[in-house]
Design a protein around this ligand. Sequence first.
Ligand SMILES: Cc1ncc(COP(=O)(O)O)c(C=O)c1O
Length: 391
Amino acid sequence: MKLFDVYPLNDITITKAKGSYVWDDAGTKYLDMYGGHAVISIGHTHPHWVLRIEEQLHKIAFYSNSIKIPIQQQLAEKLGKLSGKEDYQLFLINSGAEANENALKLASFHNGKKKVVAFSKSFHGRTSLAVAVTDNPAIVAPVNETDHVIFLPYNDEKALENCFEQRGHEISSVIIEAIQGVGGIVPATESFLQKIRSLCDQYNAVYIADSVQDGYGRSGQFFAHDYAGVTADIYTMAKGMGNGFPIGGILIAPHIAPKHGLLGTTFGGNQLACAAALAVLEVMEEESLIENAHKVGSYLLERLSTIPEIKNVRGRGLMIGFDVPEELKDLKKNLLYKHHVFTGEAKPNVIRLLPSLALTKDHAIEFLEALQSEIASLSLKGKENKVAETV
Ligand SMILES: Cc1ncc(COP(=O)(O)O)c(C=O)c1O
């Protein structure tokens, strides 16, 4: 049997990982500034995380949500403490798309309304409603098409106000990334998020903060929405939550009431996933990783902003993007194959940095040196080509 060929692959096989480094099958070491797409939060194979999973495996890995699972409550308490959302309720699932799917559904159960406001260049996942609120027609199958979604321009307060004035009575929820990830590291303005909060209050709509990529400490605050001083009604989470162990969750404000049978899942909240997620929060607290993301992220942002060849350096904490001009189009590829540094990208020309929150200043310097050396080499090649053309 063949694999269903949907991923364009780098010709690299990773066989070992530790902290902010990974190694391929030939023993070559790579600096990981990509974190397997923002998933590695506390560092690859962190010993406490490995131990917690190992210990749990010897006790029980899985039993369904038909019995008491105390480790879910332990996770909820720790999560409440670290996120500052102690009065919220936790529902556990397995991925980011599932988190958004459940959030959108719960919002509609809660207020009985059908329309969802989403924004240009958003990405919320690939399941039916999650993909319907994603602004990328190429990944929306005909069966996912719905007239329940209203797309508005991101950061356009006037358009949002007009939409609510005209259709507020129909709007069930607004779903937004405080920093768009797949869209190219684009932060929402604080006043835009505040406007969403006040309109949702005014029209009894649910504010859904898609924190799958920008949440869980990545921005230097637990939730990137915290920078705007607003609280959402539902936060969706996944990527960093298990440091690579699949787990997702939604945090639900106290005014949204549960009812038996309203939501459900077979695998969500299993003992093994909870052990991994608890280990992540313990390490985040013990090693002050949110503060570290803020500190090392600020250093990176400052240093990157002084490199004239790259444009529009932006982001928060360890979620950083910059535009790569046409003459440096091989930058990402060369960083990987020549300098052994993994980075992320956003089409058409953005490099995205999403490393572990435990990235040190030395790692950041190592990355900056590779980046500057490659920019110098590509710029020189560009100049030589120009000279050759004119001769
Ligand atoms: C903001 C955001 N929401 C949702 C998702 C979907 O998460 P998953 O791939 O775990 O379903 C992603 C994945 O990249 C994301 O970046």
